[in-house]
Ligand binder design. Structure first.
Ligand SMILES: Cc1ncc(COP(=O)(O)O)c(C=O)c1O
Length: 369
């Protein structure tokens, strides 16, 4: 059998920056700045500049950044936060952690993102914030959502966990809402060597409070103004992310190239391919195709050594953890159909043209049988 093609080749990425990372980690070790510290501060500056925002704060995960974002908008018991049912579950966890209720709005079939046309009728007197996701690295349609936020005086929190480097019109994702949260989980477009996340904002009050909440609700040691968390980014992760951030633009371009090649090579297959909306410049975190025979295709790719994954098999409103919300099948039919049909193909900057062609060939063989 031909060589296996991994779904994600992290060793290849580490290899390409190994020397820089070794040097950065050695420096961090010498500094003994293991929790926050100078490498994290430098990364925060660089990441804020990359996004084009005034403040970026390093967190120990994207989930904790989202949790703090929900504290910043003062969501709590009895409140509702409107979000998408079609995402990684951490988006909803953040709402649940503060005791608020996730209120789902179905997605747009073309982009997999929260459908702005359905948003307004989900707003109630209890709504505290809107929390859409830039799923798969493709920006959500921010303008109509922002208009609704403005009209209803609601903050917009972006879950940009998958979308570092994506653009909405001319704006970098992370600058569209009041607060944006990123994940630096190792497999993300900008991945740490461990867990990591960031909260990004232009609002100095949000930034100051987030900084305090990240560190036990304190700005002065052993003085605690409110209940906080230990959500600090580790010094080692700041060092690694500082190195990798320098390569992110190039890596995003390479991902974009992979997506273009798939679009060419798979154009005449029965698959529904992902396309960028007019307003979008996707970061192509995932390349997710659709077909009603998804499970058979998945099995065929598995048998032929082509890495693949389903993002996501169960929408959040049908997850056991959210049974208490009382949803039933068909509540969000667009998300549910997507969950039955999606399959993510290998996409990463180091994917070679020969590998791309092999993936396409195996997909074509499936439909030729
Ligand atoms: C859309 C989305 N939101 C939130 C998260 C949570 O990020 P983390 O894994 O860094 O906690 C992730 C990543 O896994 C994600 O994909």
């Amino acid at each position: 059998m031909a060589d296996k093609i991994p779904y994600l080749d992290l060793p290849a990425q580490i290899k390409s920056v190994r020397k820089e990372i070794d040097a950065a980690l050695a420096r961090a070790l010498d500094n003994c700045s293991f929790c926050l510290g100078p490498d994290v501060v430098q990364f925060e500056k660089d990441f804020a500049q990359f996004c084009g925002t005034r403040h970026a704060l390093g967190f120990n995960s994207g989930t904790s950044a989202l949790h703090v974002a929900m504290r910043l908008v003062n969501a709590g018991p009895g409140d509702e936060v409107i979000t998408t049912p079609y995402t990684f579950i951490a988006t909803s966890w953040a709402i649940s952690y503060v005791g608020a209720k996730p209120v789902y709005v179905d997605i747009d079939d073309a982009t997999f993102n929260l459908n702005p046309k359905l948003l307004e009728k989900a707003i109630t007197s209890r709504t505290k914030a809107i929390l859409p996701v830039h799923l798969y690295g493709h920006p959500f349609d921010a303008d109509p959502i922002l208009e609704i936020c403005k009209k209803n005086n609601l903050p917009l929190v972006e879950d940009a966990a998958q979308a570092a480097g994506a653009k909405y019109k001319s704006k970098t994702v992370g600058t569209l809402g009041d607060i944006s949260c990123f994940s630096f989980y190792p497999g993300k477009n900008l991945g740490a060597c461990g867990e990591g996340g960031a909260l990004v904002t232009n609002n100095p009050d949000f930034a100051a409070r987030a900084k305090s909440l990240r560190e036990h609700g304190s700005t002065q040691r052993y003085h605690h103004d409110e209940v906080g968390y230990n959500y600090r980014m580790e010094g080692f992760q700041g060092a690694v992310l500082g190195v990798k951030l320098k390569h992110l633009q190039k890596w995003t371009d390479e991902r974009r190239h992979v997506a273009e090649r798939y679009a060419e090579l798979l154009a005449d297959t029965p698959l529904k391919l992902p396309r960028e909306a007019d307003y979008a410049r996707s970061a192509w975190h995932l390349y997710t195709v659709r077909h009603p025979r998804r499970d058979e295709l998945k099995k065929f790719l598995d048998e032929n050594g082509i890495g693949n994954a389903v993002h996501y098999p169960i929408p959040l409103h049908l997850q056991k953890a959210y049974a208490s919300l009382g949803h039933k099948p068909d509540d969000f039919p667009v998300a549910e159909k997507a969950a039955r049909e999606v399959l993510s193909l290998p996409i990463f900057p180091e994917l070679t043209d020969a590998q791309i062609r092999r993936v396409a060939e195996v997909v074509k063989n499936f439909f030729r049988r």
